[in-house]
Design a protein around this ligand. Sequence first.
Ligand code: ADP
Length: 512
Amino acid sequence: MDAVHEKLKVIAPATGEQIGEIEETPVSQVGSIYHKGRTAFQVWSKLQIGERLKYLKKLKEIMVEEMEVVADIIAADTGKVVTEALIADIMPTLDSIDHICKHAENILNRKKVTTPILLIGKRSYIEYMPRGIVLVISPWNYPLQLAMVPMISALASGNTVILKPSEVTPLVGKCIEDLFRKAGFPEGVVQIAHGGKEVGAAFTKGRPDYIFFTGSVRTGKIIQEAAAKELIPTTLELGGKDPMIVFKDAHLERAAKGAAWAAFTNSGQVCMSAERLYVEKEVYSKFISLLKKEISELRQGTDRNADVGSMTFPAQVQIVKDQLEDALGKGAVLETGVPPEEWQNGMFLPLTVVTNVNHRMKIIQEESFGPILPIIPFETEEEAIRLSNDTVYGLNASVWSKDIQKARRVASKLISGAVVINDAIISVANHGLPFGGTKQSGIGRYHGDAGLKIFCHEKSIVEDRGRKKTEIHWYPYEDKYPMFLTLFKSYFKAKRNWLQFAKSYLSILKKS
Ligand code: ADP
C-alpha cells in the first residue's frame, strides 16, 4: 500500500457544493489487484451457475432495500433529477439482474448441435467457458447502469471483475463498491479501482482477459489500440447522434412530447437521446409550435418534482456552447433558449431548439451531449433516410408515423444498432434485445444472450466414443482419392445419391 493516497474531491454539479472525497487507487496496486482477481477466478469460475446467481439475487435484494439512498447518491453526483436516477439507472440494472437470473443457465448451458453425416458416429456441442478477469471502464452519464450491467453479466458468466468507474461521478463508483460488499461477494471477485484516465490506462495495460468500455469515441479508440497490442478482446459502447424522424401522419402531440423527453432527458447527456430531429415539411411549423409548448412546461431543478436536471461534467458545457456558436454563426435560428453569451445558470443550460441548420454544421455531425435539439424539414421518405444515415454514428434512432408499414420500412433502412417506432431510447430498457452501435458508435453487443456469451470463450467440442481403430480421413491415403471423389460427388450433388454414397463410404472404410 502506498503511504499517501490521492483524494478525489467530489463536487455536486447542480449546486457546486463539495459532497464527498474519494481515495484514488494507486496505480502501483494494479499488479496486486489483478493477482487477487485471478486467484478469486479459480474458485468463482468453478461454481455452478446457480450458486453465482444467488449472489446476484442478494445484490438485487440490497438494491431494492436501498433504492432511495442509491437514487439520491446518483442524483447528487450527476445533477440528474432523482426520478431519472430511478427510472433510467436503477430500474434497468435491477431488470438486468432479473433477466440474467431467469435466462443465464439456459444461455450458458452446453448446447448440442447437429453433426453432419460426413462425421459419422460423432457428437458435437458448444460449451461456454468464462474468460478470466473482465475490466469494465464506465462513464458518468448513467454511472450505475453502465457500470453494473456489464459487471453483472460478466460475473454471471463466471468471470471476476475490475471496475474503473468514471472519476466524474466517483460517489456512484463508491456506492457500487458498497452494494457488492454488502451482497457478500467473495474476496477478489469484484474490485473497484477509483480514479481518472491514468488509472484507467494503467488497468488497461494490466492484461485483463476482456475489456468492456463505455464512453467517448476518442477514448474508445485509445483503448482499442492498447487492447490490440495484446490481442485483448473488447466491447466498445461509444457515442451517438441519434436521428428522430417525424412523418406528417404521426400523432403530432405525442411526437412533440416524445421529442421533448428524448432530447432533454438527463439534460441530453445520453448516447441514445434524440440529437437530430427531421420533420416532414407539411407539418414542420405545427410540430415546432407543439414542441415549444411542451418545452415551456418543463421545470429544471434539483427538487423531487423537477423534470430536467443539471449538466454533469463542466467540460461538456463548453462543447455544447461551441456547437451552438458554430451553428448560430452559420445562420441557425434559436426557437427556444438564448445565445450562449447569455447563459447564466451555471450547469443548468437553457433547453434549446435550433432551426435553419444543415449537415455541414457541428451541431448535426458531432455528438452534443447537452440539452440542444436541431430540427431540419424533409420532403420524402428517401431524404429522411439519407439524412439520418449521414453521420459517423449509428447507435439508435426513432421513426414516428401511424403508418406502421412505412415506419418498419424506414427502420429497416437506418444504419443503426437499434430503432424505436413511435417512442425513443427505450430499446435499451428491454434487456432481451442486443444493445450496441454501428459505425463509430461502437463494436459488439451486450444485453440479451450476447451479453453473457461475450464474456465466455465459445468452445466447440466434437466427441467420438473412441472405439473404432481408425477413421476414413486418416492415413494411409493410398487409392482413396477416387473413392473420396465419388463419395463427395454423390453427397454434394443437387440430388443426393445415397446408394452410391454408402457404397463409396464402405469401400474407403475397408481401405482405412
Ligand atoms: P466520457 O467523457 O463520456 O466519460 P471518456 O471516454 O473520457 O468519456 O471516459 C469514459 C471512461 O474512460 C472514464 O471512466 C474515464 O476515466 C476512462 N478513461 C479515459 N481515458 C482513458 C484511457 N486513456 N484509458 C483508460 N480509460 C480511460
